[in-house]
Design a protein around this ligand. Structure first.
Ligand SMILES: [Fe+2]
Length: 232
């Protein structure tokens, strides 16, 4: 897990703004380091996914839900030791070996949403090279991967996420997690995720999760980003 955390530092560094604050303490003044998480900008314009995912969905999903997770976590960890930790460290620590503390849901949702936005491309892509070879090796075919990935999303009862993950044995596999969980809490490396919370698709597809998942899998996956994560 330590090596996984180290590998992710560049990603996390973009999400944590270190600020210095002077604080009076009697006649003396000390300088306390305070880490504050910020809402990362979307990697594309809010109308870039129209009509597959509408600007209205992104205004609500990124602009309200994702922003709320960031604001909530900042409030929960303010002036506490967790405020000086990287997001992935907060997630693993607050998961607390399966007995999550109140901070876990917000920290997990921040990571999952950052990861989701970066899993999406406005231009249709296909997997290539070593990533495609690994998909063929571990799933038999790209079509079989798509079938398993959509099945994971469809069978996640209630809110959650479907994932393409590199397991501890180095093999690719499809998993699903409820609510704010991610493969990080199991020491696995996520490569791709699809949000299947209703807020991801309800404005555009109403209750039709399968229609949203078909568009996501066939048209929206940023396979170049998945390949970068696979090679890291
Ligand atoms: Fe979401």
């Amino acid at each position: 897990m330590t090596s996984v955390l180290i590998q992710k530092q560049a990603f996390l560094g973009a999400n944590v703004a270190q600020k210095q604050r002077s604080r009076p303490l009697g006649r003396a003044r000390i300088v306390a380091a305070r880490a504050e998480l910020e809402l990362k900008p979307l990697p594309f314009a809010q109308d870039a996914l129209e009509p597959k995912i509408s600007k209205e969905t992104l205004e609500v999903h990124w602009g309200k839900h994702h922003r709320t997770y960031v604001n909530n976590l900042n409030g929960q960890i303010k002036d506490k030791p967790l405020a000086n930790k990287a997001l992935e460290e907060i997630i693993v620590e607050t998961y607390n070996n399966g007995s999550p503390t109140p901070e876990f849901n917000n920290a997990g949702q921040i990571f999952n949403h950052d990861f989701y936005w970066e899993s999406i491309s406005p231009e249709k892509q296909q997997p290539e090279g070593e990533l495609k070879e690994a998909i063929d090796r571990d799933f038999g075919s790209l079509d079989e991967f798509k079938k398993q990935f959509k099945a994971a999303g469809a069978t996640q009862f209630g809110s959650g996420w479907a994932w393409l993950t590199k397991g501890k044995d180095g093999k690719l596999k499809v998993t699903k997690t409820p609510n704010a969980e991610s493969p990080l809490v199991y020491g696995e490396t996520p490569l791709l995720t699809m949000d299947v919370w209703e807020h991801a698709y309800y404005i555009d597809y109403r209750q039709a999760r399968p229609e949203y998942m078909n568009i996501f899998v066939e048209e929206l996956i940023n396979w170049k980003k998945v390949a970068e994560r696979f090679a890291a």
